[in-house]
Every structure is written in C-alpha cells, then in structure tokens.
Design a protein around this ligand. Sequence first.
Ligand code: ZN
Length: 397
Amino acid sequence: MHAPAAQTPPERTLIRNIGLLLSGDLSQPLLDADAILVENGVIAAIGAARELADAGPAGVIDANSSAVMPGLIDSHVHPVFGDWTPRQNQLGWIDSFLNGGVTTMISAGEVHLPGRPKDIVGLKALAITAQRAFSNFRPGGVKLHAGAPILEQGMTEQDFADLAEAGVTLIGEVGLGTVRAGEEAQRMVGWARKHGMQSTIHTGGPSVPGSSYIDKDVVLEADPDIIGHINGGHTALPVDQIRCLCEGCQRGIEIVHNGNERAGLFAARAAYELGQPERIILGTDSPAGSGVQPLGILRVMALLAGVGELPPEHVVCFATGNTARMRGLDSGLIEVGRPADLLFAAEPQHSAGGDILQALAMGDLPGVGMVMIDGIIRCHRSRHTPPTSRLPEVVAP
Ligand SMILES: [Zn+2]
C-alpha cells in the first residue's frame, strides 16, 4: 500500500507547462512562472521553462496546464500508530489523505490509543514513542509531526524539559486531559513554550463523551499558540465568543472540517474584518467522531471560497503557507530552498469554473492530478477527488 519512506528523490526534475502557480504566500499568492526545477527533493529554481531547461539533464513532468501549489498541511489530526485509526477502525487513512493533496499533518494528540496512559510517566513515554515512530515512518510518504502529549494534573516544569530534551515539539489539545482550568493550563503552556514546544487547545463543547467544554476565557488565559478548532469539534462556542477569541489574541485561528461550518465561516470573516487573514489555518480533526475525511482540507477550502466568498487564492494559503509559518515548518511555500512538496490540481471535469480558482469560488472540489513529497511522486491521479480536467504526465523519468 505504501511507497517506502526512505526512497531517494531524483537528482533533477523539471516541471513545465504549469497553468497557475500558487505560492502559498498571502502577500503574493500567484507567481508569474510556468516551471519549477527540483533538485534532490528541494525547489531549486522557479521561472520560465526555456530558461530552467538549461540546468542540465533532468526528468520532466508536463503539468498539462494544471495548477501547482504547496502540498496541503492538515493542522489537526489524531494519529495513533502506523496508518491505522482505532477510532474508525480504519487502515490506510493517511494514504487516503495523500490522495486529497495532504503532504504534512500535525498531531493534536494521540488520544485515540486504546488504553492511553494518563499517568505522567506513561503519557511522556507515549509522546516520545509517537514522535519517534512517525519520524521513522511516513505513511504514503506523508510527513506526520506527532508526539503531542495531553496535559494532566501534576505535571511539573521538569516534565516539559524532559519531553523537549527527548525531541517532543508539540503539546496535544489542552482540555482533553485533566488540565482544563485557565491558570493551570496557562502555567503548563508557558512551560511548554519555554522549552520550545508548540501548543493547541480544544475550543468549544465536548467532542465525544469524556471530552470537555472549553470557553473563550479558558482559551485566552491558557494562551496556546493555536486556537484549536475555533469552530468547535463539532459544538461551537457562540459567535460573540469566537469574535472575542479573534480580537483578544494574535494566535492561530484554526478552522476544521469536523467543526461547525457556520462558526468556521464566522471566524474566517472575523479574521478578515481584523485585517489578519494570515492567522487562518486549516485542519480536519480527523479521525474524531465525524470520521476520516481524505478530502477534508479541500472541502474546507471550497467552503470558505464557495460559501464564504473569500478569495480562492487566499484559501490556498490558509492550507499551506499560513500553517507552515504558524507551525514553524519548512514546507508550505513555493520558494527556492523549500522542500518540493507539491500538489498538482485543477478544476474537476465538467466544473462550471474554468480553472481551479473559479472552481473553488463555485464551491467545487479541485481534482488532484499528482502529489510530490520531497521531490518524489507519491500519488498520480487521485483515487478520491473528482477527476481533474488537466492530468500531469511524466514525459521523461
Ligand atoms: Zn478537540
């Protein structure tokens, strides 16, 4: 089912005939170029095909006028081990997300592990094990940043120092463990930040029995790096609280597929009203109660562009460059020196939109034609999206 993770990328690949180059950068979402040169898995040059062809012998991919953008980043998933989720008892779910254009995922906690340890030494051991396991194994080639411990009462600063020392860089959703109060959460989030770990929080009503309600006061006091699923998971806070969260801090505004769509649209518009669309990032929160959504990120993009009427070229940035910047990742942008994590996509066949941006603006899902991670083609025509009307082709291996 999976390509081996340790594959070596080709020395040089020229991608030509790009119809639309979407940078992932909100300050300049469209680039004036029709070709990318990839060397040893990294974007080496961006420009006109006739110029880049002089670099020397290369494999050639003809994009056939499809759009190329950074691979999508899912800011909120709950992996367990390998490519298996016990929550939905499903195998191969991460490989399915690859077919939805996702090249990077960030764990918000390995909470679905049956028998998950909640004692402090146990939760630390699980986080370190998950971090190691997903560093060593990329399902389908997808980069999964995992090892996100759930905060429990009794943790000390030394526990955070130990986790950081062991390579753990994330904190799972605050509120899924026994730490739910603002002051206590704030202290631990502060320790995490001091030791270089990123934090997120569960916002809104309980997602499943056993989960908790977290309101705006707790979120603002805890002050995590990301306002995790600001649109609820699925039960959302009232919109006046969502507005307070957007206005009351500068942290990431995460909108998820498993959340309340109406609240998601409200949060995105609030960010625009504040003049801060760079804070919007996207996730799925799968596989939570609503399930695995291989096309979840594409669906949130189509929701925000189609129903929310936000600029479709911005919506691409929410799923790529914004998330990479707020999460400290090196991917998420079409820029020289970045990893060649590339999504080739176009309007689906028979879409009323003439290109991918028009299709998104009409609420259609793009058709994925190819996905590359670190310069290696991991997926050709998606088995999940509607068929793309512009299929890329490898013309020279
Ligand atoms: Zn949650």
